[in-house]
Design a protein around this ligand. Sequence first.
Ligand code: MG
Length: 394
Amino acid sequence: MERKIVHCDLDTFFVSVERLQNSSLVDKPVLIGGSSDRGVVASCSYEARKYGVHSAMPMRLALRLCPEAIVVRGDHDLYSKYSNIVTAIIDEQTPIVEKASIDEHYLDITGMDRFFGCWKWTQELRQRIMKETGLPISFGLSVNKTVSKIATGTAKPSGERLVDEGTEKGFLAPLSIRKIPMVGEKSYTLLRNMGISKIKNLQEMEVFTMQRVMGENGVGIWKKANGLDESPVLPYREQKSMSKETTFQNDTIDVDTLRRTLIGMVDTLAFDLRKDQKLTSCVTVKIRYSNFDTHTQQVQIGFTNSDKKLTEIVLSIFKKLYSRRMLIRLIGIKFSGLVYGAYQTDLFNDSAEEVNLMQAMDWIRKRYGSDYVMKGICAPIPEQKGGNHAHKSS
Ligand SMILES: [Mg+2]
């Protein structure tokens, strides 16, 4: 049986949430991001995009392109709150839901057409979300995730698009190869140099040619260009948590050692989040005293994968948790409530330099392993036995 897969994406989500708080932002060019001129654009309105502004652009450049833009610092907790409201509405009436990012969901509604038409159902859900939240959202419906995601893209802003079963190739053919989710800057340049600009050109190629030029990645792109995608909608609830524990060789009461260990663990875990393109919304810190008494504390937070933000949260939980001045045997950190999400969703508090540092460190970790770099503060002190080895500090 052919599947029925819906993709939906809130339009300029952060901007739309800000507009609900402050209606004077409606119809104006709005930039969300760090307000200092070293900041980065996390999101921008369609009015600002007309001037060539896009997300991840330095704020200074964005303001040069669009000087009349209104800059809003951004409030990740507020965005998470609205994101969860949208998820709850979808969850209530959908059999299988994957939360793909803070403003994006995939829904598997296969079989629903036995009761009502899938397209009518999709349109009604869209109207319900807009009515109950006041947020504009776009939808695509087709037989798989890739075609539905591309359909959503063509429906934006605030639109809906149905791609009937069997019409996938025709729908994709006239579109730019940029519309294929896997095609990044590098693949785009390579394909353009081969004279390929439309998806139609990819459809006309032999799959082995793509394989020869681009390897397995080329096969993936070719399949998507032909509207083929078997990947399942993965329910949100099945996504696991990430955790890390350190047992000290000698139980310790030294707050500096404890803090340094926590910071090192956050760095490693946050890197794992970013590597898997995930964000966490719940942080748990655990301590076990030398008498094996174990205490944990959990805090719900706005979705993030930023070292800086997670370090602040972990250290503040630890400060509250470590009330008894007793020897500690073990400390642990858990990140749960994970969702898929792009890195850009937590740029408001980070300057361009911090983002560049984090990206440079991630690049080295991916190449040489996660112990290869760490922040100066985490470098082991001479008397500490075992543990991490710092080859390089930054
Ligand atoms: Mg969006």
